[in-house]
Design a protein around this ligand. Structure first.
Ligand code: UTP
Length: 408
């Protein structure tokens, strides 16, 4: 893109200020900035002025979960079905590790965080240990795809290689990068993170399947005959991955997606809950859950919206492929964005100072025809690490790991 073309594009979106330091850059810096301007989707930025309207929900009705007692009664059959699928190479997993983990505040990617106390125990190591249970049970490896972003890709790969994948078979581990999106102030003006670089952040975890395809990994999925993909977050150190019983239940119930859920510990707990929206599976975020929905009861008299998602989904690959052309809703999220101040100095804000633009994996659920919410015991499978202390923290996850017999 030439400077004139860049100026035209920037004028169209009211972003001319990003050229403020253009004349100070050397030739290579100028070229890099122009190409970043060319690649950046600026059409989404104006949406920050009507951000409430972007995520309007349809009519919400309950969606029953498969509860623990039903799972226990069918465990043998589900597990056998799941193990057969795993042994036939039909199950792969995607680790979503492209996030910035700003709440945890560590400089390194979250997977490198050491949760150990008397020994080293990294988050990625906890996940591999959990995967190894299934490798042992099934007697075979399953493919793990790791999504990173421009911001953490190299250091993540280097760490995992250095640690020899904590014993996982490297031939079954594949990395791909997600796309980035510009980050702006509250008026939708793009921040600069360097004089010759627009501030960007990963574009949310909803783009994982498209990014996987763009990286050419869908070819591998096809070649290997993978029919189910278990997508999971990096920060739940207790979660089960490619859990045979869960895989089997989703297959036997012939659903396009299975979603692991936990019983909420309070009506106003801050988790997204499973529901139907205009008759299709969906997730209603805690901040959209009205008092009326919180109080609603099912036919047994139990809370009708009682199961929260834990970001562990099993998608049918053929259903995902049908989504490739469809757009996911945009979420505009307030965040702390490192940026240049008036004087051209880099500042790392202590408080949110603008917006990031994201697609979320939870919106993919609404595009599936059928979903199985599958209950798991929260103390056995849900220990997310979002913060250093308090709720969903290093502290709480350590206690839960110890409760489950993991030495720290
Ligand atoms: P979170 O919503 O916790 O976001 O991600 P985050 O960026 O990691 O953390 P904060 O909000 O800045 O503190 C849930 C999961 O989705 C992944 C994360 O790595 C985590 O596994 N994720 C999130 C991505 O892979 N890409 C993204 O763009 C955002």
């Amino acid at each position: 893109m030439t400077l004139t073309e860049a100026k035209q594009k920037l004028a169209q979106y009211g972003q001319e200020h990003v050229l403020k330091y253009y004349d100070e850059l050397d030739e290579e810096g100028q070229r890099a900035l122009l190409s970043q301007i060319e690649e950046t989707d600026m059409s989404i930025l104006a949406s920050c002025r009507n951000r409430e309207e972007l995520v309007k929900k349809g009519e919400i009705t309950p969606l029953a979960a498969m509860e623990l007692d039903e799972i226990a009664a069918c465990r043998q059959s589900f597990t056998a079905t799941g193990l057969e699928a795993i042994r036939n190479g039909k199950v792969g997993a995607v680790l979503l590790a492209g996030g910035m983990g700003t709440r945890l505040g560590s400089d390194n990617p979250k997977c490198m965080f050491n949760v150990g106390i008397n020994r080293e125990l990294y988050i990625f190591e906890c996940l591999v240990n959990n995967m190894m249970d299934v490798v042992r049970q099934s007697g075979c490896w399953f493919h793990l795809f790791v999504m990173t972003s421009d911001k953490n890709n190299d250091v993540t790969i280097q760490f995992m290689r250095e640690k020899k994948f904590f014993g996982y078979n490297p031939e079954f581990v594949h990395f791909f990068k997600q796309e980035m999106a510009a980050a702006t102030d509250y008026e939708g003006k793009i921040y600069l993170e360097e004089k010759g670089r627009l501030a960007t952040s990963p574009n949310g975890n909803g783009g994982w399947f498209i990014s996987m395809k763009n990286a050419g990994l869908l070819d591998l999925v096809k070649k290997e005959g993978i029919e189910w993909i278990n997508v999971f977050a990096v920060d739940n150190v207790l979660q089960r991955i490619a859990d045979p019983c869960f895989v089997g239940a989703t297959i036997e119930r012939n659903c396009d997606v299975g979603a692991k859920v936990v019983r909420k510990n309070a009506p106003d707990e801050k988790v997204g809950v499973m529901c139907l929206e205009d008759g299709r599976p969906s997730i209603v975020e805690y901040y959209d859950l009205t008092q009326e929905l919180m109080d609603a009861k099912d036919e047994k008299g139990n809370p009708a919206y009682n199961f929260g998602v834990i970001l562990n989904y099993l998608f049918r690959v053929s259903a995902l492929e049908q989504l490739l052309d469809g757009k996911l809703p945009l979420h505009i999220v307030e965040k702390k964005i490192p940026c240049l101040n008036e004087n051209g100095e880099l500042v790392k804000p202590q408080e949110p100072n603008g917006y990031k633009y994201e697609n979320l994996v939870l919106d993919m659920i609404h595009q599936m025809d059928s979903c199985l919410p599958y209950e798991v015991e929260r103390n056995r499978e849900f220990a997310p690490i979002k913060n250093m202390t308090g709720i969903d923290s290093v502290e709480s996850a350590r206690a839960l790991l110890q409760e489950n017999g993991v030495e720290l």
